[in-house]
Write a protein that binds this ligand. Structure first.
Ligand code: MGD
Ligand code: MGD
Ligand code: SF4
Ligand code: MO
Length: 662
């Protein structure tokens, strides 16, 4: 039996895998304590599926022909160098993957920066980057503050724009244990979710009005003097601005905007404040809006008012992908060096440069993932190297993404499957799957865990770190002569003072290592003056308002047995058996008005285009339609970006029409 990290969500369960039968069962220790959801349980199935990429492929005309690893890497490197020679290093961009290990993310951002560009990003941009920006501003570190185990000790859990019963099923065990101890569970969502089945308070909010609700709760907490005066005085700044700003957000006003009764807002604000300790957990319902950063700031203000930090509470931006937290800590983001250190921090930047054997590194922030497509259209960007990312499906308004991908001089896709994105590639490189390689991953609570190799790489595939080491050498970059993955682990350990005394053996054999430590901000915040910053925020309207032509609001959501763009889940027979057909949810009244009954085929249309699926009547309030984002939703979603570069996946204006069956 070997321990392996689950390749799906950011909760970061560990699996015990029997090497002979290749069956997984849950690891009894931290963090999943003997539990798994179906995706983890059946995660080995996609590894053995027929669709795996077997060998490197090169586009010749309209055909993809097999070539050797040596030729593929040599040709790709030469083409990248040629483009750099002609147009400069910023004509090339690298997309890293929150599916690959820390070591692999570390290598790809090292390649990008040594190549001369900060055009390095990952799908965190589509996900929790607004949380990172807000947390950086307010508390100084862009990550979850407390471990999962703390959830059980708090007296209240506020779950906001987040549906863990489907998206992080195992974390629900922690929430439920808290509830059994008497903790109040409050859930805020635009529709009745599975998570609400466990809630003491279910708040159904109008889409995109979360700031108004959070400010109204702050209005009650300040107005009724329920805040923690000592904490506010000694550990924060900016309180008076926030108190002033929320004065006009009375519960009565908030009721008219959010649709939640004023009395309920009061009751919930009081219950949360009087609990004495509490966690706030949030997800894509907050971040995937043009107001994403401000949404998160408004919610963080509540924790700061009540002193729900350290022993008394925690901020839980529950991370999406299994290694999205690690990708960030390893520096696979266009505006941060490893450890979320800004590019402008000269001391740290020079330290990284000297570790890599050069004088300095580029200092201008690179392109965000969501800015690449316009840069390609403008002919500023000529080459894109994508590792484990499927933007032709996962990006908003993907028609323009697909158009841009076609225009590139060089597109390389390194993946385990021939993805929708790989179809546009000039070169496709077969990566080994998670259980075919060794490496470390970091989960949402910032626990670094080792994942062991349980089987040999499929066909002629190679672990991503080996491919990237070959690429680094072919590009003539210094320091890519790795022979074992552990050499990369030791190298990234050197960037973090907290890891200096730790060893790879400890990581391999124990319950993981928290970076930088288990609980953040217990005594001091990571801001320059050590204090948390209240940030007053005002309501921000969605980019696109419903109109006569497009009268309904469209949001996109997740289902428990589907995963993101489906490349992995659709290749798992057991999961395919469990998953239902994704359907558009529409309210009974809207359905009746439009002559739609349960199971009918409908067209959902926005200003970007149209998709067709079956309707499921019920489950959403009047005026809202919700579609599972998996597969095709992004043909029609809004590409408007927030300050952190995340699209407004959760709000488009749309219309729905009944169709004859296709
Ligand atoms: N089964 C499964 N699990 C997954 C994934 C998956 O694809 N499938 N993906 C993983 C990834 S990458 C991520 S990022 C996480 C995401 O995990 P979640 O954040 O839980 O995922 P979503 O379903 O996208 O969005 C959460 C909720 O936001 C609500 N919402 C929409 N608009 C608003 C709004 O304006 N205000 C409020 N308050 N709520 C709103 C939606 O109704 C939805 O219930 O899940 C991870 N886990
Ligand atoms: N409408 C709408 N769109 C959304 C969202 C939404 O809520 N609504 N959510 C957004 C969010 S939060 C996210 S995170 C993104 C996700 O967007 P993506 O990251 O593009 O989606 P995934 O399907 O997770 O793609 C991961 C890819 O990694 C590959 N892979 C798996 N393991 C390995 C490996 O070991 N090596 C390599 N090289 N490749 C590997 C898989 O085959 C797959 O192609 O989608 C975003 N898009
Ligand atoms: S909860 Fe997440 S990490 Fe755990 S088994 Fe399910 S998908 Fe994997
Ligand atoms: Mo995500």
């Amino acid at each position: 039996m070997k321990t392996v990290v689950c390749p799906f969500c950011g909760f970061g369960c560990r699996l015990l895998v029997d090497e002979k039968s290749m069956r997984a069962k849950p690891y009894p220790g931290q963090p999943n304590r003997g539990k798994l959801c179906p995706k983890g349980l059946y995660s080995l199935e996609f590894v053995r599926s027929q669709g795996r990429l077997k060998r490197p492929l090169k586009r010749v005309g309209s055909a993809m022909v097999p070539i050797s690893w040596g030729v593929a890497v040599e040709e790709i490197a030469n083409k990248l160098l040629e483009i750099r020679e002609l147009y400069g290093p910023d004509a090339v961009a690298f997309l890293s993957s929150s599916k690959i290990s820390n070591e692999e993310n570390y290598l790809l951002q090292k390649i990008a920066r040594l190549f001369g560009t900060n055009n390095i990003d990952n799908c965190a941009r589509l996900c929790h980057e607004a949380s990172v920006h807000a947390l950086k501003l307010a508390v100084g570190t862009g990550a979850q503050t407390n471990p999962y185990e703390d959830l059980e000790n708090f007296n209240a859990v506020l779950i906001w724009g987040y549906n863990p019963a489907e998206t992080h099923p195992v974390v629900m065990n922690y929430v439920l244990r808290a509830k059994r101890r008497g903790a109040k569970v409050i859930v805020v969502d635009v529709r009745e979710t599975r998570t609400m089945a466990f809630a003491d308070y279910k708040l159904i909010i109008k889409p995109g009005t979360d700031i108004v609700l959070a400010n109204a709760m702050a209005n009650v907490i300040t107005g009724e003097e329920l805040y923690d005066e000592e904490f506010v005085r000694s550990r924060t700044s900016g309180f008076s601005e926030v108190r002033m700003a929320v004065m006009k957000y009375t519960p009565e006003y908030a009721e008219t905007v959010t649709g939640i009764p004023a009395e309920t807002i009061r009751e919930v604000a009081r219950a949360f404040a009087l609990a004495g300790s509490g966690a706030i957990m949030w997800g894509m319902g907050l971040t995937q809006h043009v107001s994403g950063v401000e949404n998160v700031l408004a919610v963080i203000n509540l924790a700061l008012l009540l002193g729900y930090i350290g022993e008394k509470g925690g901020l839980y931006p529950m991370r999406g992908q299994n290694n999205v937290q690690g990708a960030a800590y390893m520096g696979a983001l266009s505006e941060f060096l490893p450890g979320y250190v800004p590019l402008t921090d000269e001391r740290f930047r020079k330290r990284v440069a000297s570790l890599w054997g050069v004088d300095d590194l580029p200092t201008e922030r690179g392109l965000y993932l969501t800015e690449l497509w316009d840069a390609i259209e403008r002919s500023d960007l000529k080459a894109l190297y994508i590792v484990g990312e499927n933007p032709a499906v996962s990006e908003a308004d993907f028609t323009r993404v697909r158009r841009a991908l076609r225009k590139l001089d060089l597109l390389v896709v390194q993946d385990v499957f021939m993805t929708r994105t790989a179809r546009y590639a000039h070169y496709v490189l077969p990566a080994s799957a998670f259980c075919e390689k060794e490496g470390s991953y970091m989960n949402s609570e910032r626990r670094i865990q080792w994942s062991h190799k349980v089987c040999e790489p499929y066909a002629d595939s190679k672990p991503d770190w080996e491919i990237l080491a070959m690429l680094g050498r072919a590009l003539g970059l210094p320091g890519f002569n790795y022979t074992r993955v552990e050499e990369i682990t030791v190298e990234y350990f050197r960037l973090f003072p907290e890891l200096e005394e730790r060893s790879v053996d400890e990581l391999k054999n124990g319950e993981g290592i928290f970076l930088p430590r288990k609980r953040l901000h217990t005594w001091e915040f990571a801001t320059p003056d050590g204090k948390a910053r209240f940030m007053a925020v005002e309501r921000i309207s969605p980019w696109e308002e419903p109109s006569e032509e497009f009268p309904l609001i469209l949001t996109t959501v997740r289902l428990i047995n589907h995963y993101n763009t489906g490349e992995m889940t659709l290749r798992s027979p057991s999961l395919v058996k469990l998953m239902g057909e994704p359907k558009v949810m529409i309210n009974e009244k809207d359905a009746k008005r439009l002559g739609i009954t349960d199971g009918d085929w409908v067209d959902i249309e926005t200003r970007r285009g149209r998709i067709r699926m079956r309707a499921k009547v019920g489950g959403v309030p009047e005026g809202l339609v919700a579609i599972p984002f998996h597969f095709k939703a992004n043909r029609i979603t809004s590409p408007a970006l927030n300050k952190a570069g995340t699209p407004e996946f959760k709000f488009s204006a749309c219309r729905v029409k009944k169709m004859k069956a296709p």
